[in-house]
Design a protein around this ligand. Structure first.
Ligand code: BDP
Length: 330
């Protein structure tokens, strides 16, 4: 089957084509979805539930087929495949979207949100919608922004020692997501930021290419990163929401009604994932303790916040109004 035929499967497609009816009105559509995380992870589960609702609402005409656990590559590959329409739904982090849509880098700024409630209010409100629209309207990004999801706070973990104060990061090689902002964040904190895909991380920790990484508890737990980096320090330096995006070339082949339905169900998935997220966060913390992970709080985050000022100047400078609006959300 050729790629452009992704949406038309089975006899219905042929029949619709034969009688000259608008093919996608009748054809059975199977939307390919992907995520770096395994089955059962809150983002994966939320998209699967969205697929069931879509199936029910269209009497089986549209469904979602999930390819979890990096089956279709890391986030970079997922984005590229969505851009050409080789898959339709990609659940990615806002992290790698900053270089494409500069405003997203405001969400990527270290310590930009006061807490989870603040972050949720921003993504649920007009600012969240505006940024999704910026992505959808972007002339070359090739993606439609459907909704956000929760991803907690990111904390540093490594194989050498607990990070209790800023100086402890000195000399540690820490894997960061692929966006220069993150490497510069780690460097300004005194560590050595190393950019690489999530799919390369286990190998890099095993071989000592990096001493550790930074992520939320569920990613650390489900990726079994504690096997290579048992010191988990609550730096909370980043709070980056997730994104669910749709391939723009595929989107444009859908009817307006189908687009509206998918858009509505995605917004519901945003709220549903949130409940799953908090349950999973607690389960992960428990599993980490059971696995003997050494978790430590960082009593004073102020020196960390001060250290990342150059990152704010460089990446936030052009978006002062947006930053002020985010800070004004109470
Ligand atoms: C996880 C995100 C995932 C990212 C990963 C990373 O859910 O989308 O790919 O971090 O660090 O928290 O690359």
């Amino acid at each position: 089957m050729k790629r452009r035929d992704f949406l038309m499967l089975g006899a219905a497609a042929t029949a619709a084509g034969a009688i000259g009816a608008p093919a996608f009105a009748q054809a059975k559509l199977v939307l390919k979805a992907t995520d770096v995380h395994p089955l059962g992870y809150p983002t994966v589960e939320a998209v699967e539930r969205m697929g069931k609702k879509l199936d029910a609402a269209t009497n089986g005409r549209i469904s979602i087929q999930m390819f979890p656990a990096m089956q279709l590559g890391g986030e970079k590959e997922m984005i590229e495949q969505a851009q050409v329409g080789a898959l339709q739904l990609a659940r990615i982090s806002v992290g790698p979207m900053g270089p494409l849509v500069g405003e997203f880098n405001v969400f990527n700024l270290p310590f930009v949100f006061r807490d989870a409630a603040h972050m949720e209010k921003v993504i649920d409100g007009p600012i969240g919608d505006e940024l999704l629209k910026k992505l959808s309207d972007h002339p070359t990004a090739g993606l439609i922004g459907l909704c956000y999801m929760n991803a907690g706070s990111r904390h540093v973990y490594n194989s050498k020692k607990p990070i209790a104060k800023l100086e402890d990061l000195k000399g540690l090689k820490i894997r960061m997501m692929g966006n220069p902002l993150f490497v510069e964040t780690m460097n300004s904190l005194g560590g050595n930021g190393v950019a690489m895909g999530f799919d390369q991380l286990i190998n890099a920790m095993q071989t000592g290419v990096v001493d550790g990484a930074e992520n939320n508890e569920p990613s650390y737990d489900s990726g079994q990163h504690y096997r290579y980096a048992k010191y988990f320090s609550k730096t909370g330096h980043l709070m980056i929401p997730e994104l669910l995006v749709f391939s723009k070339v595929s989107w444009e082949k859908l009817s307006k009604d189908d687009q509206a339905l998918i858009g509505k169900l995605a917004k519901e998935a945003q709220q549903e994932q949130r409940k799953l997220w908090y349950e999973r966060e607690n389960e992960s913390i428990k599993r980490m303790k059971d696995a003997g992970v050494e978790i430590n709080e960082v009593a004073d985050r102020k020196p960390f916040q001060d250290a990342v000022k150059p990152v704010w100047d460089k990446y936030g400078g052009a978006h002062k109004t947006l930053i002020e609006r985010i800070q004004a959300v109470k």
